[in-house]
Design a protein around this ligand. Structure first.
Ligand SMILES: C[S@@+](CC[C@H](N)C(=O)[O-])C[C@H]1O[C@@H](n2cnc3c(N)ncnc32)[C@H](O)[C@@H]1O
Length: 224
């Protein structure tokens, strides 16, 4: 459980980017970024953190969100919303799936390999896999359903040639928050978007996704 000071800002999965004015959080250096050079203020698994409701002014995460599987990612968006104070900000940057695949088929194999690494992760460590693809369209569809508003976007790149597209989304928790029940129901509906038809097998998969989502919603300290 974080015991944040007033108006605290948290920077999750900070890696080597230690920001002043934020609580910078990452795995211990030997477990985190490949260089082992990160010096977070707090060494922790982001998915296991919790904070008192309404205690955080900003949740910032750049190139971390894609490391969570679909159900966990939705549960984290629900939990971070709970942490945020009214008017609090979410600042999330990920690879831009739409930008990465634009013109992909006509690129040479080395460029394709680099882009695939950006989409699927650098894969040098257990955490370094990407489990989902994010884009302006997906953030714009999902975040408002989970109560976030005033979305703005920045599109950029991780390389000078413009192959490795990124999307950065800024969003806010409104002064009058959406209820947790409404957000949880919306997240369950979003999980259904990934079903391949309605049949017993797919309903079984959905039940498992929902179970993982429900588990990830509960703060770790409260899990039995
Ligand atoms: C791709 S790096 C991004 C680093 C930095 N945010 C940046 O933009 O350069 C992802 C970082 O997230 C950290 N990370 C991944 N999963 C994590 C987790 N569950 N808890 C804490 N840190 C995590 C890794 O150790 C790594 O430092």
């Amino acid at each position: 459980m974080l015991r944040p000071r007033r108006q605290a800002r948290v920077h999750l999965g900070c890696g080597d980017v230690r920001l002043k004015g934020y609580l910078n959080v990452d795995y211990p250096p030997e477990q985190g970024v490949a260089s082992g050079t990160s010096r977070p203020d707090l060494e922790a698994d982001v998915a296991r953190l919790d904070a008192p409701p309404g205690s955080i002014a900003e949740v910032r995460l750049h190139h971390l969100f894609e490391h969570f599987e679909r159900a966990n990612a939705l549960a984290l968006l629900v939990r971070w919303y709970d942490w945020l104070a009214p008017g609090g900000r979410l600042d999330v940057e990920t690879p831009d799936f739409d930008g990465c695949i634009a013109g992909f088929e006509s690129r040479d194999l080395t460029d394709q390999s680099l882009i695939l690494r950006h989409i699927f992760g650098s894969q040098e460590a257990p955490w370094a896999q990407h489990y989902d693809g994010w884009s302006r369209t997906r953030f714009a569809a999902i975040l408002p359903r989970l109560g976030y508003e005033e979305l703005t976007f920045e599109l950029g790149h991780s390389d000078p040639r413009g192959l490795l597209a990124n999307v950065r989304c800024h969003a806010r928790k409104p002064a009058v928050a959406m209820s947790r029940d409404e957000r949880v129901n919306a997240a369950r509906e979003i999980l259904r978007w990934s079903m391949n038809g309605d049949n017993p097998t797919e309903r079984g998969l959905l039940a498992r996704w929902e179970a993982r989502f429900e588990e990830a919603l509960v703060p770790p300290a409260a899990r039995s």
